[in-house]
Design a protein around this ligand. Sequence first.
Ligand code: CTP
Ligand code: CA
Length: 226
Amino acid sequence: VVRLPPRGSLAGKHILVTSGPTHEPIDPVRYLANRSSGAQGTAIGAALRDLGARVTFVTGPASVPPPEGVEVIRVETAEEMRVAVEHALPVDAAVMAAAVADWKVKNASASKIKKDGCGRMPVLEFSENPDILAWLSRLSLGRPKLVVGFAAETDDVIAHATEKRLRKGCDWILANDVRPGTEIMGGTENAVTLISDQGVESWPRMAKDEVAARLAARISLALEGR
Ligand code: CTP
Ligand code: CA
């Protein structure tokens, strides 16, 4: 049984949510993307709003519309997302639900890449994108009191996510199994494990809205200092 906090328990709190995929241009008409729909991030933004938080919602090009009644900042690339996150500060808490592209195309072309007619393939080179979660978690000035990351894994979910929490320096990680066949990425349900310095807590598979409500309730308790 999940005890729901009263409406308004996050009143006066400013919470940042990142959501959706990022797109990394290859040329003006092509990009690299990922399977994030933005559904879990959107549900989290709505649940935090429902508890009275002021929500700044930084979203990549998601396939679901952002929550109503929150400040929406639309971005395309990981670099733009990092800048938008920086501009949203200070916040009391941050939930980094975006599926940020790990790499951008270093040799992205300013004009459309054409077939050369000789069967030669274009070669893409990559460089690493900024890790927004790690950067935010390690801010010496203005670090949110609570930083929550996600870890999308296809194997050894808990081991990888536990390591990720420590490596990135965030307070909580919500780990989920995104193996093909789980229908989590792009689906309506999620099965997450909450990892914190208090230990590991696996939640049953439930609707993304319910995951969001539970998370918002936990955030409200944490910000009250309980
Ligand atoms: N994240 C981020 N910036 C990045 C990459 C990831 O802020 N450039 C955040 C995501 O929003 C998520 C968390 O980091 O909250 C974990 O993302 P994930 O892709 O699972 O972790 P990575 O460190 O990128 O590791 P992996 O090699 O497994 O993709
Ligand atoms: Ca990644």
